[in-house]
Design a protein around this ligand. Structure first.
Ligand code: 26Q
Length: 823
């Protein structure tokens, strides 16, 4: 890597050694691995700090518009390696560590993942921060500093066991506590209103509330190859300082205890639900907690440099990562009116020019709806404001569609005793975007049709992306070096340059080199699997991978049912011509999601039977990788041959794992869903394997009340055989009933839920045929290598740099701020 003249090896080395002494009173030869990691991390932080200071100074000086990316989740993964990469000093630092007798991989492995997120939505937020910093845009990430992040998954006897993720136990070397910005957030109580005689204005005061103090922790976000270091600001909660209370309050012991508990509970743990809404009071507290603190801080900062809050939108924009931070709409209104003295219309004008909303799902069970009782009890003033927003909005709907009650039923913010957060976000936001072309079309034509008809100008698409710095440069150093050798290193900040690789696709030597690299990455993953799961896998087999959250709509069940089918075929026909295949799964199930947990047990049970059947000569292996997360994901993507993206068409808003696999040369085996559609468009249908119902077909069936899976069960003997194996003890000899729920979910209507809701049996044949095509294609090694290269060469569109430039251009209207060199 170029341009690292600023890097002083000796100084870096000295810093590591002295950090170790002052932190642990040890020479580095006496320190344990965790202590070495800490010592190295603090040395890297020291380099970051000067740029961080310079960035914030330059931002203050240039005073450009800033985006606040508001998100309940930031799935950051590990910071150390990524920071070294983005400082463009990875190789140099690696050398220093070697000279000190350390292995950089071992050091990186000591860092716990910052897993402050569930899956796609949280990881997208992390990729966006990386791109914003790299592209030199002023930005903050705003979120919660959960004490416990996404649980760690252990597999015991084939079952998922959740273990608390105490990620802060050794401290976080990169964060900085900002005690100078305590911010009070109020819950509950009641609203007292009175008329201010001097101004003649109605005033609203929240009284008898419970309060917590929000304390921000700042985490640096280092841009690649630039001096920009942006900030992820995550909030911790502390009890309010009781010394500052009036003597009357001080005597209120009960209240003091309640406030202490409130503070302790609020940031305790991330809700581990992915694409599923849980109407828990504590969740709403979390949401308001970080939103109120973030909005208050943003306005305070704005007021340091400006005196007219009516122009807030010129300098500030809030992007809502799904509906989770949507109370920001009412919180901003509250501050503008109750604290800044604006009239309703003025406040509404500012708010509707400042807030924008991204939708990440059409799954009905993910839609946030809060009971009025809970919402108004917890946030009495906020509820008043939401009521008034709703009252005015319903008037607007009535004016536009006189006498049309249906429009009100669908679009009102408050309806049927519930507060609908998406409706609030759409009503108040100046932009509403989906996350892939197909997804946005479905929003416009189906899910949000009425809103789209009423305000089409708000709607736009922003197809997701991923950062190539983490998911290629860091995750796959061999491939990254190979690409740089062929086309230079411009791709690191301009991924479209990958298309230059296209001239090499028919070059036999290049094809071989690429296959070699894939092989080495498979050896690396095989080693990881051996160490962590104790299973031997053959790096010469096809690595067929499905890693993502476990959800019925993502159809891990379709995958494992096909494995069961394939196993039957091989048993019936031992000479069957199939390339050895390793089916690799990785997935966390939400702790309370029964059928998802059963599916994990099924995968592990099938693995047990197949992996121990010597008669099939290792033609099929099944591996469930424990505790799938960002850090082992990096190893997994690099090693995959086949990328399983098999969601029921229309259900996966975008997907981003699909992009990580493509970038690392895997072939997509998928449905025409989410961003798969655009992947196929970029790479060509002949370089992916597509199967299954289209989203139009799925939606048509759904509107007609489903389809009849019994017909398939009755007519397809192979499918029937596989289904019977769910309940005949083949994979559960000690309890034939173990997988009964799964069996029933596929064949029986149950309490308002259609049999085979996700069209698994309907798509089964088409999927099995697609798997056959994979088998055939892989047999032609040259053709496979060519396809692999074309996948890499066509992945340029899927950089989060592209996505961010689109957000900046179409929605946020930011300008770059260049940070000059430091020292
Ligand atoms: C809501 C209320 C209460 C508790 C939890 C939740 C909750 C939490 C997480 C609801 C949804 C989520 C996560 C959604 C998510 O990850 N969606 C994914 O977003 C990705 C980025 O846009 C897309 O690529 C995926 O297709 C989409 O599933």
């Amino acid at each position: 890597m170029s341009n690292t003249s600023w890097f002083n090896k000796d100084e870096f080395k000295k810093n590591i050694i002295s950090n170790c002494k002052s932190l642990f009173r040890k020479n580095i030869d006496e320190a344990d691995k965790q202590q070495l990691f800490q010592s190295v991390a603090y040395a890297v932080k020291e380099i970051i700090i000067d740029r961080w200071i310079a960035t914030q100074k330059e931002y203050a000086k240039q005073d450009k518009k800033t985006v606040y990316y508001m998100s309940m989740e930031f799935l950051m993964g590990r910071a150390l390696g990524n920071n070294m990469i983005n400082l463009m000093a990875y190789d140099e630092m690696k050398e220093v560590l070697e000279e000190l007798g350390m292995d950089i991989n071992v050091i990186e492995d000591q860092e716990p993942d910052a897993a402050l997120g569930n899956g796609g939505l949280g990881r997208l937020a992390a990729c966006f921060l990386d791109s914003l910093a790299t592209l030199e845009y002023p930005a903050y990430g705003c979120g919660i500093r959960y004490k416990y992040g996404m649980f760690k998954q252990e597999i015991k006897d084939g079952y998922q066991v959740e273990v608390p993720d105490n990620w802060l136990k050794d401290g976080n070397p990169f964060e900085i506590k900002r005690s100078e910005y305590p911010t009070v957030v109020k819950f509950g109580g009641y609203v007292r209103s009175y008329r201010d005689e001097k101004t003649g204005r109605d005033m609203f005061v929240q009284e008898d509330y419970r309060a917590v103090t929000a304390i921000p922790y700042d985490v640096p976000v280092v841009g690649y190859g630039v001096n920009t270091v942006n900030t992820l600001r995550i909030w911790d909660a502390e009890p309010v300082d009781t010394f500052n209370l009036s003597s009357f309050d001080k005597g209120d012991y009960q209240k003091a205890v309640e406030e202490e508990n409130l503070a302790k509970n609020i940031v305790e743990v991330l809700y581990p639900n992915d694409n599923h809404y849980a109407g828990k009071e504590l969740r709403l507290k979390q949401q308001y907690f970080f939103v109120s603190a973030s909005v208050q801080r943003a306005i305070a900062q704005y007021k340091e440099r400006h005196d007219d809050v009516r122009k807030l939108y010129e300098k500030v924009t809030f992007q809502l990562n799904d509906t989770h931070p949507t109370v920001a709409v009412a919180e901003l209104m509250r501050i503008l009116m109750d604290e800044e003295g604006l009239e309703w219309d003025e406040a509404w004008d500012v708010t509707t020019k400042t807030v924008a909303y991204t939708n990440h799902t059409i799954m009905a069970e993910a839609l946030e709806k809060w009971p009025i009782e809970l919402f108004s009890r917890l946030l009495p003033r906020i509820y008043q404001i939401v009521e008034e927003i709703n009252r005015r909005f319903v008037e607007e709907i009535k004016a536009k569609y006189p006498g049309n009650q249906d429009k009100i039923r669908k679009m009102a913010i408050i309806y049927d005793g519930q507060v609908k957060m998406a409706n609030l976000a759409i009503c108040a936001g100046y932009s509403v975007n989906g996350v892939a072309k197909l997804h946005t079309e479905i929003l416009e034509k189906q899910e949000l049709k009425d809103f789209y008809e009423m305000m089409p100008e708000k709607f736009n698409n922003k197809t997701n992306g991923i950062t190539q710095r983490r998911f290629l440069l860091h995750a796959n150093p061999l491939l990254a070096a190979w690409i740089t050798d062929k086309i230079g290193d411009g791709w690191i900040t301009d991924l479209t340059q990958l298309k230059k690789l296209k001239v090499y696709v028919d070059d036999a030597k290049c094809q071989q080199e690429l296959m070699q690299i894939k092989y080495k990455n498979k050896v690396r993953l095989a080693k990881y699997i051996k160490e962590h799961n104790g299973i031997d896998v053959d790096p010469n087999s096809i690595f067929d991978v499905q890693v993502k959250r476990l959800h019925e709509y993502k159809r891990q069940l379709l995958n494992i049912l096909h494995v069961m089918y394939l196993y039957n075929e091989v048993k019936k026909n031992p000479d069957m011509d199939i390339k050895p295949r390793t089916f690799i799964f990785g997935a966390k199930a939400a702790a309370g999601y029964k059928i998802a947990k059963q599916t994990i047990k099924l995968i592990n049970s099938v693995a047990d039977v197949i992996n121990n059947d010597a008669s099939i000569n290792g033609k099929i292996k099944v591996v469930f990788i424990e505790n799938y997360r960002v850090s082992n994901g990096e190893i997994i993507f690099a090693a995959a041959d086949v990328s399983e993206q098999i969601s029921t068409a229309s259900k996966e808003a975008s997907g981003t794992g699909n992009m990580k696999f493509m970038l690392n040369g895997a072939m997509t085996l998928g449905t025409m869903d989410g961003a798969n559609v655009e992947i196929v468009q970029e790479v060509g249908i002949e370089n992916a394997v597509i199967f299954g119902l289209s989203s139009d077909e799925v939606i048509r069936y759904e509107n007609e009340g489903g389809y009849d899976p019994m017909e398939i069960f009755n007519n397809d003997q192979n499918i029937r055989e596989v289904l019977m194996e769910l309940i005949n003890g083949k994979y559960s000899p000690d309890d034939t009933e173990r997988f009964r729920d799964i069996y029933n979910s596929l064949l029986n209507n149950q309490g308002g839920r259609r049999a085979d809701t996700y069209f698994i049996l309907k798509d089964f044949r088409s999927y099995a045929d697609a798997q056959k095509i994979i088998n055939e294609r892989y047999s032609d090694e040259k053709a496979w290598a060519k396809s692999m290269m074309l996948n890499i060469a066509s992945a340029g569109k899927f950089s989060s740099d592209r996505t961010i430039e689109e957000y900046v251009h179409d929605i946020w209207k930011l300008e770059k701020v260049h940070i000059p060199d430091v020292k």
